[in-house]
Design a protein around this ligand. Structure first.
Ligand code: CNA
Length: 278
């Protein structure tokens, strides 16, 4: 963090100044970049938090290395660890967090240009963020297909397999079926590449709950223009955020960070009402 650089767009590097910037500029293009940290308060562990993250708790799966559970080459040989984990993480069990509702609120106010999420839990959709404003950069559990012939696989069928802890196979070629979440070694969805330059258009980029370690997603904040404001709400400083004049770093829990921002905007009641409905 470089607090010595004086801000240019903001009066000070504070949440209150960000709220003033949003309300008075007027800011109309907000890009939000999220990761697993916005869903931990829903009860879904992230990957890399030291004690609670999935990577610290995978010994029961007997993996050669933690990332193997999401590695396409390993999945071909042994899909069981992934399906064991999928049963625990499968959408439908979790409630969106206040941070998800804040993104919905930005959309409702007509400010959200795009949400890029690395999450696969579909909680943004469940919070009511319109689908056309979401780029699921690492795919999601929303669809599934055969990894060999790519045949689409039925949602109810995969749910049955996940619940029964059996491995779904393609009815056409007997290949393994996998939810369309992006594994290490796989290409990101076309929607990511079609939208990846949008941060250049943003007046405000909000980064929340991500370690920014997975490329190419991790490069998105750098695309923000120098005259745009960038806000990081995270438990730790990541991705060099804080280094620019108009960067604001909020080292807080995501829900607490959005609560503070909503309060400064005069939107706290709207936010809490939205969240109560989900
Ligand atoms: P990560 O690498 O585990 O990093 C999480 C970041 O969030 C870390 O910097 C934490 O300090 C921070 N953090 C955790 N909890 C909070 C909190 N409550 N408030 C503020 N900050 C917090 O996860 P990334 O998303 O950066 O890594 C990318 C991977 C994680 C993607 O490929 C995802 O598919 C994958 N993932 C997704 C989910 C999900 O969908 N909910 C869960 C676990 C992993």
């Amino acid at each position: 963090i470089s607090p010595s650089i004086p801000p240019r767009q903001l009066k000070s590097r504070s949440i209150e100044s960000v709220a003033h910037y949003i309300l008075n500029r007027p800011v109309s293009k907000v890009v939000v970049l999220t990761g697993a940290g916005i869903s931990t308060s829903a009860g879904i562990p992230d990957f890399r938090s030291p004690e609670t993250g999935l990577y610290a708790n995978l010994s029961r799966l007997n993996l050669p290395y933690a990332e193997a559970v999401f590695d396409i080459a390993y999945f071909r040989q042994n899909p069981e660890p992934f399906y064991t984990l999928a049963a625990e993480l499968y959408p439908g069990k979790f409630r969106p967090t206040l941070a998800h509702s804040f993104i919905r609120l930005l959309a409702d106010k007509g400010l959200l240009l795009k949400l890029f999420t690395q999450n696969i839990d579909c909680l943004e959709r469940e919070a009511g963020v319109p689908g056309d404003l979401i780029v699921e950069a690492h795919g999601s559990f929303a669809e599934q297909s055969c990894i060999e012939c790519k045949l689409f696989y039925d949602k109810d069928e995969i749910r049955k397999h996940v619940a029964a802890k059996t491995i779904p196979r393609c009815p056409s070629c007997d290949g393994l079926v996998k939810p369309e979440i992006v594994f290490f070694g796989e290409q990101l969805p076309a929607a990511f590449f079609a939208n990846r330059m949008l941060p250049v258009e943003a007046d405000l980029v909000i980064v929340m709950g991500t370690s920014l370690t997975v490329q190419p997603f991790a490069s998105l904040p750098q695309l923000a223009r120098e005259d745009a404001v960038r806000v990081l709400i995270n438990k730790e400083v990541v991705g060099g955020l804080g280094s620019r004049a108009d960067d604001v770093v909020v080292l807080e829990d995501c829900d607490e960070g959005v609560r503070q921002l909503a309060k400064a905007l005069g939107w706290l009641n709207d936010l809490e009402a939205l969240w109560a409905e989900t």
